[in-house]
Structure formats: structure tokens, C-alpha cells
Design a protein around this ligand. Structure first.
Ligand code: 13P
Ligand code: SF4
Length: 305
């Protein structure tokens, strides 16, 4: 089968079987072309809650599919590839989070959305890279715990110096592979290019950037900018998507190391098998996990606007 034939079959089946396909921005372009909605983690959660279809197929990583299930417990939620997980989400579990709260009595726990459903049951609010500054600014508390990404946390702290964030030593193994040396090397090759990076990058990389934002924030900035060349410091797929959308501009990947192997697990054939009903991993969570984790996700949507 050709890519086009596979895509046509998926489009036909998703209508027939009432499936909504959600794809994270880091998915490959062939998957983007069959998706009903593409977005960053925040956009996907909001969309998951709104989707009218009976089944949601998440092309992304496990915490994203869990978030969909928490927001739409009555729907069938499938993760296109069962092995696609976010290693950062495994860096802190519920027990460790409770210990952290015990060590800092009275402080709210703010969790990055890249965490497990079980951890979210003991959080006060969830944030994403595109909503974190807005949400934390609007919280009444001036001091809080933030888990697990200390690079994102440090970047938020710089934007909101009036608040105090207690961080742990976690982070994204993909984004942490990019260094200031990589920025300098690629900038020497393309001196006029603007540097756009994700806040999961190391501070030494963020400090050299012209723009810092979520995956969709980076894409919006590049599309709206008058500049013609951009160095992209996030997952490699974003370079490909931007190149398709803006053929008159040039995009360069900040480092060849910037590939998220978990995001890249999902293939178009996985998507076909999931819509056919022969593949995909159905997400099932205990009722009390859904009930307790939902509170901090609802709060994110309420404060995130
Ligand atoms: P976004 O919220 O920017 O989509 O980020 C998700 C993610 O996993 C980044 O590594
Ligand atoms: Fe997780 Fe990093 Fe991959 Fe995003 S890029 S899914 S944070 S490992």
C-alpha cells in the first residue's frame, strides 16, 4: 500500500467508526494529514474534552491518552502505539510526590502535564508549556512545588520572579541533549537565523534563544515572523512541518540529537490498525483515579483560558 492509500483507508474508517484522531505536533507529517486535530499538550487536552466522536485515538505518548480518558471517561480512548511513553512522566510517582508535599507542608503541588494519571491525583493544578506562566501567575499562592521538569520550572521562575518555585531534578532527555555549543555551531552556519526553542531545553540554550515557547508557539512564531531563516530547538518533526507550511522560509534543526524516540514510535500503520480495531492500546483507569486526577486538569483549563 502507498502512503496515500493508507491515509485514504484511515480517513474512510475513522468516519465509519466515529473516531476522532488527535495528533501531537511531534508526530510525523503522514499522521498529521489524517488527524482531526493537531496541537501542543494544552490544545490536545482541550480538544479531547470537546470532541463529539465516541472514540478518541491519540497519536502521541501515554500521558496524553490518559489525559483524554480523564476528560472523557465515557469514551473509548486509544493510544496508537502501546509502547509510546514519555520518560519524563516516569521521573516522579505518586508516593514521591506525597513525600515532597509532606516535606513542604501547605505548599500547592503544580505538575507539568507530562506526568502519570496516578501522580495527578495528588496535584493541585496541572500546567503545560504554553499555559504554565499564565496559570502560575493567576494562583493565589506565592510559593509552590513544581514537578518534574527543572528546566521548564527554571524558565517559568524567570518569567514570574515574584513567585517561588521549589523544583526537583527532572527533565526531558530529548531536549536536554541540546547544548549552548550546538546553538553556537549552527548559528555560525546561519548567522541571520532566529533561534526558537522549547522551554524544556537547558537554561544555557534558552538564554541564547530569540523566542521560547511550546511546540505550537514555536510554529506560530515562525509562520508570523518576517524573518526567513529559523533554527528550531525542539523535536525534529517541527522542522519538517514548518518546511511544508512555509516553503519560502528555511528551517534548521538545532541539533541532530533532537529526536524523541517515543513520539516516533507511532507509524501510519499503527493508526490504521487502531481505527480498524485490530491495534492500539485502550486506556483504562480506575474510577477514583479519573475522579481525583480530573480536578487538577479542570483547574488547568479553567485558569489556562
Ligand atoms: P508541548 O506542550 O509544547 O506540546 O510539549 C509537549 C512535550 O512533550 C514537549 O516535549
Ligand atoms: Fe517526553 Fe521529551 Fe518526548 Fe516530550 S520530547 S514526549 S517531554 S521525552
Amino acid at each position: 500500500m502507498t502512503t496515500r492509500e493508507l491515509q485514504d483507508r484511515i480517513i474512510e474508517l475513522k468516519k465509519e467508526k466515529d473516531v476522532c484522531i488527535l495528533a501531537h505536533a511531534y508526530q510525523s507529517h503522514d499522521i498529521w494529514e489524517v488527524a482531526d486535530y493537531i496541537g501542543d499538550s494544552y490544545g490536545l487536552s482541550v480538544q479531547a474534552a470537546k470532541a463529539p466522536q465516541k472514540t478518541i485515538l491519540m497519536c502521541g505518548v501515554r500521558f496524553m491518552a490518559e489525559t483524554c480518558k480523564i476528560l472523557s471517561p465515557g469514551k473509548r480512548v486509544l493510544l496508537a502505539n502501546a509502547l509510546a511513553g514519555c520518560p519524563m512522566a516516569m521521573q516522579i510517582n505518586r508516593k514521591q510526590a506525597l513525600e515532597m508535599k509532606k516535606a513542604h507542608p501547605g505548599l500547592p503541588l503544580v505538575a507539568y502535564i507530562n506526568t502519570t494519571a496516578s501522580l495527578k491525583t495528588v496535584c493541585d493544578v496541572v500546567v503545560t508549556s504554553s499555559s504554565a506562566v499564565r496559570i502560575i501567575k493567576s494562583m493565589p499562592e506565592n510559593e509552590m512545588l513544581f514537578v518534574p521538569d527543572c528546566n521548564l520550572g527554571g524558565w517559568i521562575q524567570e518569567q514570574i520572579p515574584e513567585k517561588k518555585l521549589h523544583l526537583m531534578k527532572g527533565g526531558c532527555p530529548t531536549h536536554m541533549r541540546m547544548t549552548a555549543r550546538d546553538v553556537k555551531m549552527i548559528k555560525a552556519m546561519h548567522p541571520h537565523a532566529l533561534v526558537l526553542v522549547h522551554p524544556e531545553c537547558l537554561k544555557e540554550v534558552v538564554d541564547l534563544a530569540d523566542y521560547v515557547g511550546s511546540t505550537t508557539g514555536i510554529m506560530k512564531y515562525a509562520k508570523e515572523s518576517d524573518a526567513k531563516e529559523f533554527i528550531i530547538g525542539t523535536e525534529a518533526s517541527i522542522v519538517q512541518h514548518l518546511q511544508f507550511d512555509c516553503p519560502d522560509k528555511n528551517f534548521y534543526l538545532l541539533s541532530k540529537e533532537c529526536v524523541c524516540h517515543n513520539m516516533k514510535m507511532t507509524t501510519l500503520v499503527d493508526v490504521l490498525h487502531a481505527v480498524e480495531g485490530t491495534g492500539g492500546d485502550e486506556i483504562s483507569l480506575p474510577d477514583d483515579t479519573i475522579r481525583d486526577a480530573r480536578k487538577c486538569i479542570d483547574r488547568m483549563i479553567e485558569l489556562g483560558g
